[in-house]
Design a protein around this ligand. Structure first.
Ligand SMILES: [Zn+2]
Length: 129
């Protein structure tokens, strides 16, 4: 088991815990930014949200025609220590993360990761602000 130090109060604790036991501080970014690699436009997400053709329309990406109304779900997860992307069972085409279909249990996303529809359409870069 490894231990970490809170970035805010300095308390020593298990790094597996994303929230400081002493002060409640967490390093998980408040905002996740999705950027279209085609248009360069971005969408900011600040809370757990189902993402799809409607709330991704600001990306102005022509590939949005392949995007379902519910394509994937983003969750700011304290227990998993980051933003997690989950597949949507209602998506006509599966969402991929870094070239692999997202599993049912979801995956933690990191800055620079790529989201797409089957690795072919709607290429989105993940970053944080
Ligand atoms: Zn702390």
């Amino acid at each position: 088991m490894s231990y970490g130090k809170c970035g805010q109060c300095g308390a020593i604790q298990a790094t597996a815990v994303a929230v400081c036991d002493a002060c409640g501080h967490t390093d998980i970014p408040m905002v996740i930014v999705l950027a279209s690699t085609v248009s360069g436009r971005t969408v900011e997400v600040r809370t757990t949200m189902e993402m799809g053709s409607r709330n991704l329309s600001a990306l102005a990406d022509p590939d949005l025609r392949y995007c379902s109304p519910a394509q994937f779900r983003l969750e700011r997860s304290l227990t998993r220590g980051g933003w997690v992307v989950y597949p949507s069972s209602q998506a006509a085409n599966p969402t991929w993360l870094n070239g692999v279909e997202i599993p049912e249990l979801g995956e933690v996303v990191h800055a620079g990761d790529s989201l797409s529809i089957k690795g072919k359409a709607l290429m989105i870069k993940v970053c944080f602000s």
